[in-house]
Design a protein around this ligand. Sequence first.
Ligand code: AMP
Length: 120
Amino acid sequence: MSQSDPNCIFCKIVAGQIPCKKVYEDEEFLAFHDIAPWAPVHFLIIPKQHIISLAHLTSEHEGLMGRLMTLIPKLAAQEGCNPYPEGGFRLVTNTGKEGGQEVHHLHFHVMGGPRPWLKG
Ligand code: AMP
């Protein structure tokens, strides 16, 4: 799989061609605020590598996804999500057309903060 798709909006954000409100960056991942937030805290975390969706993961991505999952609670706390169990956060990954995926670069929505939220 190619590392980057020149037509992908999230690859353009990774490349710095489109600006974002950055939450976190390392060699493998980028996290940034969603442009249309549903909740007091709403950011996206993506692998920099262009993986189309959760349906495109293979065994070669197991380590990458493990590192991503352990990073998410740290970033959620850093961004202001209150501690579990009274606080917490929601993790959403829309996959494919029926799953509601609009941007076809794997991304995880992390949402949290006090209710009510705009959606969900
Ligand atoms: P999904 O339906 O899961 O594919 O959601 C894509 C998300 O990306 C939506 O919540 C959008 O608001 C968000 N989004 C689209 N373009 C940008 C952008 N340039 N910067 C930040 N978030 C974006």
